[in-house]
Design a protein. Structure first.
Length: 278
């Protein structure tokens, strides 16, 4: 399937061998397996998604840079807030000029740090409301992204993880609604808790606790949107102590309370159904 028909592009501009495209996806949109003809950098402006590539699931959170080589097959699942992303595709001739200085697009990888987030936000501002000089600015910013990532020596995000770390991540995904602790996960996979905490953050860009909270909120938001179950029951099922705890954490992650989220998703469904009926 063509990426153009999947991604819902809203704007696109081309600068000196770089095709820059904004796309938006609604909450929980699933994109089946697809590929881009050119090497690409995807900057996550807002929202988040889980990407599957080369047998690994990679979380792409806000202000993340996602690098892929040409024709790299992948599939995506957007979270409860949907997603707004800026896709930068590098045409073959421009890539040939870049490759002697950087091999950052030769393997899939995901990078998140403050410097790249600042560069990504600057590119998005120039793209969204720039002036006559924006093409020059954007070209320079993209090259700076490539240079910064290459200098950092970022490891390939799809390189083999330690077997015990894969087991730890699978355990978290299987049991995140239950009473997980760092010590219990470390004991199960046979490593020291401090080593687990450090290595988990290094590979997945957040602590185990934050990772578990993210999974719980994603599960809870799906149940709120798709069922009429009481919010208190959803909170308990997804691992929260009580309604107050659930509401507080949900608002921190989603920007609204569970009640407000249910109202918003209900209104969205009503609009969608009315459009279909018409």
């Amino acid at each position: 399937m063509s990426p153009t028909s999947l991604l819902g592009f809203t704007r696109a501009k081309t600068f000196a061998g770089f095709a820059v495209k904004e796309f938006r996806q609604p909450p929980y949109r699933r994109l089946p397996w697809h590929e881009h003809h050119e090497a690409s950098i995807c900057y996550v402006v807002a929202g988040s998604y889980m990407e599957r590539v080369r047998g690994l699931d990679r979380e792409c959170s806000p202000h993340t840079m996602v690098f892929k080589p040409p024709r790299e097959r992948h599939a995506d699942q957007f979270g409860g807030l949907g997603g707004t992303c800026l896709l930068i595709e590098i045409d073959a001739s421009r890539l040939k000029d870049i490759e002697p200085f950087s091999d950052i697009t030769k393997n899939p990888r995901i990078v998140q740090n403050a410097k790249l987030a600042t560069l990504g936000d600057h590119i998005y501002r120039e793209f969204s409301g720039g002036d006559h000089f924006s093409p020059l600015a954007i070209e320079g910013l993209i090259l700076e992204v490539l240079a910064e990532t290459s200098r950092a020596g970022v490891p390939d995000a799809t390189s083999d993880l330690p077997r015990w770390l894969r087991q730890a991540r699978e355990l978290v995904h299987d049991c995140f609604c239950g009473p997980l602790t760092l010590s219990s996960v470390a004991r199960t996979v046979g490593v020291h808790p401090s080593h687990l905490a450090r290595t988990f953050r290094q590979h997945f860009h957040r602590s185990i606790g934050a990772y578990v909270r993210h999974l719980r909120i994603e599960r809870a938001s799906r149940e709120i949107a798709d069922t009429n179950a009481p919010l208190s029951a959803i909170g308990l099922r997804t691992g929260f102590f009580d309604q107050s705890h659930f509401s507080k954490v949900f608002k921190q992650h989603m920007g609204m309370t569970p009640t407000q989220f249910r109202s918003a998703t209900g209104a969205r469904k009503s609009r969608t159904n009315s459009h279909r009926a018409s």
